[in-house]
Design a protein around this ligand. Structure first.
Ligand code: IVH
Length: 693
């Protein structure tokens, strides 16, 4: 690999890892398995070591993933606070050899000194930092970005096994860290409820735990059946002369004696043999536990040696995590479908005999691409190993050749698009085959519409069936066509009623308020995920500046490398895209970041700094956008500079308290509308026929 290739790969890996880290920690909806994520991180680490000139303090190798909302988490109703001591991550590996190497290094570094290891389960939830003062629980912060966390004290108070008061000989003030988990039983119950309410179910208990901890309603948190286990008292958090214990396991025993929930499965091990035996035991036994674990954590037990070894930027040198590979199941391949995505990429997907895997029934699994199929030499009738990562669709990792039917035949990857029959193409260095019929291939057209309408993009309420229908009737080919639709027209179509037509048109109408960064994401430019769209939107400010930018200028944006820059440039150079953007603009969609010249409505809120918190008759995003367009400034947290708190239903209690302390006015939604010029009110229950369409 030469210098340029290394640079490009480093950029690409950083972008992919940041995007996924955000999906994992912020949105609780990862699309990549932990295993793949860890592998890409390792590849990036190796490349950065090999090419130190490309070192960047902003690289994901140098930072822990952040669960803080982009922008102020306060918009979610939480106050962000600084951690007294950074909350770090753990170095991890899937290889037993690397655990042996860790132990060998420890032997060498601590040569001649007595030491042991504390082996623990690696709990698969979301981390938490608790502070006890005078024996009382006074604060609970999420990990956040490791430096600042969200204050979720009220919510944590509702978790049944976390004591509000301690007993025994506890220190006057200390911090203890651990994990909030959602046991499988609570997870199944919650997902059933969500399905009944037509809400998207959580992909796994970890996401459900993390999502639940950040709910705005503490009573609901209490109903979610969360569970806590604690595993770390930062040594700095105790007085330096503390004679509490000289080992980590000793400290945890103390914590248990004060009534804190500490795992009963921790084990002090002497030497690598005992560590490996612990790993082997829990590799199978963990399946009997009522909550998810994803590995083993091995910590040097003596606090003195821990202090001596210290930390890297991201993790302690005295600990390592051994991660278990995802659970596997054996299933039969019944048939293979070839799905054409919105970019034209063809993905083979196997239909399987149903199997139970990590608590859910699996019937389909992805095969990724033609190479993967060829490497596996997968055949209809084969028994295959299926594995679930972060994504909802599991993947096939191996074929059990001993069970292959004698008469099975190799599978040929199609040479033409399964939908429009255009011969498939594959670019140099590309892993996937593509259907080049961008404008005519129904699957691509429908895929682009679905992407545009998706929740993270324009949030237009419609599913596959609606898109099929609109496409088949020739009513929608491109996103701009959607905005031509009228309620009266939809009501004449099969399956539509007045209510569903109104709901659809209302959500289209609401979508024009979606901020520019999401509109940019909704356009579906290849490689431009949410994170990249946000960076590009903020960097350039509006679509005209993006369209006018050179590839070099695009590549200067944070997290955008040559590959992404090339893709944006190509998209913007296409006249058809310019026409589509022009049409969407005509329908009022945002093509500039808020506060841009086009969006000013009045000066009613000039010089006012406003904090929005709670639930309203329209989305908080809409309100913030309106505030900006009426000349106000949005702020995430209450301070002396705040003009007023715009409080909806259930505003963040900390914010309300702070306003009361500082004597800052609290304004209701109705009062807010009064402040704006007549006719500004947005009411989602408006019964009148939309005028925009
Ligand atoms: S110790 C400074 N022990 O794994 C060391 N972490 O991938 C702090 N985790 O952020 C961590 N079980 O959320 C530790 N027994 C355990 C753990 C554990 C789960 C989590 C924790 C950490 C993450 C790192």
């Amino acid at each position: 690999m030469d210098r340029n290739e290394a640079k490009a790969r480093i950029e690409e890996l950083r972008a992919v890892l940041w995007e996924n880290s955000k999906r994992y920690y912020v949105e609780n909806a990862p699309t990549m398995s932990d295993f793949d994520y860890d592998h890409l991180m390792r590849e990036l680490e190796d490349l950065e070591n090999e090419w130190p000139e490309f070192y960047s303090p902003d690289s994901p190798t140098q930072k822990v993933g952040s669960d803080l909302e982009d922008g102020p988490a306060a918009q979610q109703g939480f106050v962000q606070r600084e951690h007294r001591y950074p909350m770090l991550s753990l170095a991890n590996t899937y290889s037993r050899e690397e655990i042996e190497e860790f132990a060998a290094r420890a032997d060498k570094l601590l040569e001649g000194r007595e030491f042991s290891y504390c082996c623990e389960l690696k709990f698969d939830g979301t981390s938490i930092c608790l502070t006890y003062k005078g024996g009382k629980l006074v604060r609970a912060l999420t990990r956040g970005d490791g430096r600042m966390g969200d204050d979720v004290t009220e919510n944590v108070m509702r978790i049944a096994n976390i004591p509000h008061e301690l007993k025994g000989d506890y220190p006057d003030e200390f911090e203890i860290r651990g994990e909030i988990l959602m046991p499988y039983s609570s997870f199944d119950h919650l997902n059933q409820q969500r399905l009944d309410n037509e809400d998207q179910p959580f992909a796994n208990p970890r996401n459900a735990a993390s999502g639940s901890l950040k709910l705005l309603d503490p009573d609901e948190v209490g109903r979610r059946g969360l569970y806590c286990t604690l595993y770390h008292i930062p040594a700095q958090s105790l007085a330096s002369d503390s004679a509490l214990a000289s080992t980590h396991s000793g400290l945890l025993e103390k914590a248990a004696s004060w009534g804190l929930p500490v795992s009963e499965y921790n084990k002090v091990c002497h030497g690598i043999e005992e560590i490996l035996a612990y790993i082997d035991y829990w590799d199978t036994e963990r399946k009997k536990l009522p909550y998810a674990t994803d590995g083993i954590v091995i910590k040097i037990n003596e606090l003195d040696w821990q202090r001596e070894l210290g930390f890297t930027a991201k993790s302690p040198r005295w600990a390592v995590a051994y991660k278990f590979k995802a659970e596997q199941a054996l299933a039969k391949v019944l048939s293979i479908d070839y799905q054409v995505g919105r970019t034209g990429a063809v993905t083979p997907v196997a239909n399987l005999s149903p199997v139970l895997l990590s608590g859910t029934i699996v019937k389909r699994a992805t095969l990724n691409n033609a190479d993967q199929m060829a490497i596996l030499d997968i055949r209809i009738g084969d028994m295959v190993y299926v594995e679930k990562g972060g994504e909802i669709i599991p993947k096939i990792t191996a074929v059990e050749l001993s069970q292959r039917p004698a008469d099975s035949q190799p599978v040929e990857f199609p040479v033409e698009c399964p939908d429009c029959h255009t011969p498939l193409k594959r670019g140099e260095g590309e892993a996937k085959w593509f259907c080049p019929n961008t404008d005519g291939c129904p699957m691509q057209i429908k895929g682009r519409l679905l992407h545009f309408m998706s929740r993270k993009a324009m949030n237009i309420i419609a599913g596959d069936a609606t898109v099929d229908q609109l496409y088949n009737l020739g009513l929608a080919h491109t996103p701009a066509d959607l905005y031509d639709l009228k309620a009266s027209q939809l009501m004449t179509l099969e399956g539509w009623k007045e209510k569903s037509a109104k709901r659809f048109i209302d959500s289209l109408r609401e979508s024009v308020k979606v901020p520019f960064e999401r509109v940019l994401f909704a356009l579906g430019i290849r490689y431009v995920g949410e994170q990249t769209a946000r960076e590009v939107a903020r960097h350039f400010g509006d679509i005209d500046a993006i369209a006018a930018a050179s590839e070099e200028e695009l590549a200067a944006v944070k997290d955008v490398g040559d590959v992404i820059a090339g893709s944006i440039f190509e998209y913007m150079s296409d006249a058809r895209h310019a026409i589509e953007i022009q049409r969407l603009r005509g329908y009022g969609l945002k093509f500039a970041v808020d506060g841009g010249a086009q969006s000013v409505l009045s000066e009613a809120l000039k010089d006012q700094t406003i904090v929005v918190s709670g639930n309203f008759s329209c989305s908080r995003e809409t309100l913030k956008d309106l505030i900006a367009r009426h000349g106000g400034r949005n702020s995430g947290s209450v301070s002396a500079k705040t003009s007023f708190l715009l409080a909806g239903i259930k505003p963040g209690p900390e914010k309300v308290k702070k306003c009361q302390e500082l004597g800052i006015r609290i304004v209701s939604e109705d009062e807010f509308w009064e402040m704006l010029p007549e006719g500004s009110r947005i009411d989602s229950s408006d019964e009148s026929e939309p005028t925009l369409f």
